[in-house]
Design a protein around this ligand. Structure first.
Ligand code: ADP
Ligand code: ZN
Ligand code: ZN
Length: 701
């Protein structure tokens, strides 16, 4: 007897087919079973989706093979994938297959059997047992008691250095001990931060649960490693999965706890393909897993500067809040947050890079053997190189942007398309040799500091060692594998006096000797057209401030300096008092007034085309054909506009904002609009449209 099975596969982008495909099988296959099926002339990996509709598949192509020896993907996992595909307006197959490790797609049934038989060869490194875990502080104990007693979701709002990680560790411990099948998922925003967290988790859990009980999941791993981690999570042998946003889709049959560390971080939003928010999916997944297993799967979001969305959701239940807010305002030990000093750059001579009082403060730190950290969110030497005689500037020939001058290798590099050339000897327009850098980046700041400190000697050092040691950490200095770890180790070892870097150094690192942090030029974000720019700036500055004075013995004297031309700005007033709630409430009031998220819901439709006119015409035409769609009466469709950088790699880009007070109306509208966008692309008669995509809950608008 033949059965019909519906199988989800990855179809070519913008394929007219969207749902599962039907195949025949000589055995009934459980939903979630992994199979290989013919597709065109290829054979491809698929996931059996629904129970067979009817037991008759005579006309259909047969399933080629079943991946034996592996349990089907669970119902909660399939629902998560189904929800993500629907909500983010992508094909089911795309989301499902992207959620599986890439190597799984390549193995045929025979290779698969060999892979399953292979023993995990992970060396059983004896984990250095951690010193006995610290007694929880009063605040930590209270947070943990509520996590035990309530269902969540929880927002752990704890200052930098309040010991949030210790709360995660204990919450994981409690979940794993309560149930021998239980699993926990712990997410961090960036790969850079996984090794440190991994170390702490290994030290805590390897002695009791074994080293194999912990696996990582992030894009820095090899395909073979990713498959191994995925299998360990899927079979339940891994009790803890540590990973970046992609880990939200890990198949974990015993999932009981999801932690999202630094939940406000924009890297939880995928920026291509299915543009999902791993934080939002974590909340949804917690509900699904609880429902399917009948036991709570708790979700714990943590941050010192929560996203305004999560902050709003954690308002008192009486006002409609849905998350439980757990506050940990104090730093562990006697550690205090640094004093914030604002330098009014309006009072400084034009083009001052570093105000004299800041220089003096840094000098004093060095003299005391302490470290300083300077933050400048722009890499390279200068964002533009310009001719002194004519108006030539280092524009990128392929983008509507300037190429950045990198002095280290004397190149002009476009940070958008990657186009790079050696710096010309003379102006390409007029031949003048007087080419000058305009503005400043981290390289230039590093050079400037080295020069300024030439005359200053480090205390107690002799000869060459007397020189002040400046280190730069940014995407350029850390291009090679292992470079970042090596540079961070130098900072921790005290082999660096002044650390210069981009936001890369502001996040998460537990630097013990830094007592002064300075934001050199943060003003750009104050007047950005993106309404989330102040929120991101505030989070960045609070995070950066959190790097200073982490050692309680020095905390009292630590400082955060901010150079700004707008010292009166409300953002800085709140920063001075380390008052996130005041900042958040101010922003939320403004957003409510303007009906912006979280008081409304947004989506962007982006179009890429050969000309800006075509990109906009495509969006305009698709929107005028959408006025009768379900939900249309409740959504506001804005006119098509060029994106902030409208041309990248010779492709013109435009976007259209869609807004609604109702999430479900927006969803309904987008789902119906997809077909219109497809047909406009196919039959609209507009030449040169390359691609389009919907971004639901966009972070950068
Ligand atoms: P956060 O993630 O909130 O910034 P961490 O979890 O990194 O803070 O904790 C800051 C420091 O305090 C770490 O060095 C950590 O080991 C230490 N710590 C955390 N909890 C305790 C505790 N209960 N007793 C003593 N030290 C603690
Ligand atoms: Zn010139
Ligand atoms: Zn370019």
């Amino acid at each position: 007897m033949l059965f019909t099975v519906s199988v989800v596969v990855q179809l070519p982008a913008h394929s007219a087919l969207a749902g599962p495909l039907s195949y025949s099988s000589d055995q009934a296959l459980e939903p979630g079973t992994l199979v290989r099926v013919p597709l065109g002339r290829r054979e491809t990996l698929g996931v059996v989706w629904d129970a067979a509709a009817q037991p008759d598949g005579a006309q259909l192509k047969p399933v080629a093979s079943v991946l034996e020896g592996i349990a089907p993907l669970g119902a909660a996992w399939r629902q998560l994938v189904g929800f993500a595909a629907g909500y983010y307006q992508r094909a089911l197959g795309e989301v499902a297959l992207a959620a599986l490790p890439p190597q799984l797609r390549e193995l045929d049934a025979a290779q698969w059997q060999r892979r399953l038989q292979r023993k995990s060869r992970k060396a059983a490194v004896a984990a250095a047992a951690e010193a006995p875990p610290p007694e929880p502080t009063e605040e930590q104990a209270q947070a943990l008691a509520r996590i035990q007693a309530e269902d969540g979701p929880f927002l752990l709002y704890g200052s930098t250095g309040s010991g949030k990680t210790e709360v995660y560790l204990r919450a994981v411990q409690e979940a794993l001990v309560a149930d021998p099948q239980a699993q926990a998922l712990v997410m961090v925003p960036e790969i850079n931060l996984t090794p440190q967290l991994e170390e702490r988790f290994v030290a805590r859990f390897a002695p009791a649960f074994g080293r194999h009980a912990l696996v990582s999941m992030h894009s820095g791993m090899t395909p073979a490693q990713r498959l191994a981690s995925w299998l360990a999570a899927h079979t339940g042998s891994a009790r803890i999965v540590l990973g970046t946003r992609m880990a939200v889709f890990a198949s974990m049959p015993g999932l009981r706890l999801i932690v999202v560390d630094e939940e406000h971080d924009p890297s939880y939003k995928q920026q291509e393909g299915a543009r999902y928010s791993a934080r939002d999916l974590a909340i949804y997944r917690g509900r699904l897993e609880s429902r399917h297993s009948g036991q709570p799967c708790r979700v714990l979001l943590g941050s010192a500067t929560p996203s305004l969305e999560s902050w709003h959701h954690s308002r008192p239940a009486a006002d409609g809040g849905k998350y439980q807010r757990l506050a940990m305002p104090s730093r562990v030990g006697a550690g205090r947050l640094p004093a914030v000093r604002l330098v009014d750059m309006g009072q400084q001579p034009r083009n001052t890079q570093l105000a004299p009082q800041l220089m003096a403060a840094i000098g004093a730190r060095i003299a005391r053997g302490e470290q300083a950290m300077l933050l400048l969110n722009r890499r390279g030497y200068a964002p533009v190189l310009a001719c002194g005689s004519c108006d030539w500037k280092s524009a990128c020939p392929h983008c509507s942007a300037y190429r950045v001058f990198h002095k280290v290798d004397r190149s002009l590099r476009c940070h958008h398309c990657g186009f790079a050339e050696r710096v010309p000897r003379a102006c390409p327009e007029c031949g003048d040799v007087d080419l000058a850098p305009v503005g400043r980046g981290t390289e230039r700041l590093e050079e400037h500091l080295t020069q300024l400190f030439e005359g200053i000697a480090r205390p107690g050092a002799e000869g060459e060692d007397r020189r002040v040691r400046v280190l730069r950490i940014d995407a350029d200095s850390t291009r090679h594998k292992g470079a970042l770890e090596e540079q961070l180790a130098q900072v921790h070892a005290g082999a660096v006096d002044v650390l210069v870097g981009t936001q890369m150094i502001a996040k998460g690192h537990d630097f013990r000797r830094i007592t002064l942090v300075a934001a050199v030029n943060p003003d750009g974000a104050l007047f950005s057209s993106d309404f989330r720019a102040p929120e991101r700036l505030f989070a960045l500055l609070m995070q950066a401030a959190g790097r200073a004075g982490r050692d309680a013995s020095q905390g009292a004297a630590s400082e955060m300096w901010v150079q700004t031309a707008h010292p009166q700005h409300a953002l800085f007033a709140a920063l001075r008092r380390h008052d996130y709630p005041a900042f958040a409430d101010g922003q939320l009031a403004e957003r409510m007034q303007a009906a912006m998220p979280p008081f409304s819901f947004q989506a962007l439709v982006r179009a890429d085309a050969r000309t800006q006119q075509a990109a906009q015409a495509f969006l305009t035409q698709a929107s005028s054909a959408a006025t009768e769609l379900p939900g249309a009466d409740q959504v506001l469709v804005y006119p098509a506009v060029p994106t902030a950088i409208q041309r990248v790699a010779n492709v013109e880009r435009a976007q259209m904002l869609i807004e609604s007070a109702s999430r479900s109306a927006l969803q309904q509208f987008l789902a119906a609009w997809q077909a219109v966008l497809h047909s406009t692309r196919r039959d609209g008669g507009i030449e040169g449209v390359l691609r389009w995509a919907i971004d639901v809950d966009p972070l950068m608008v």
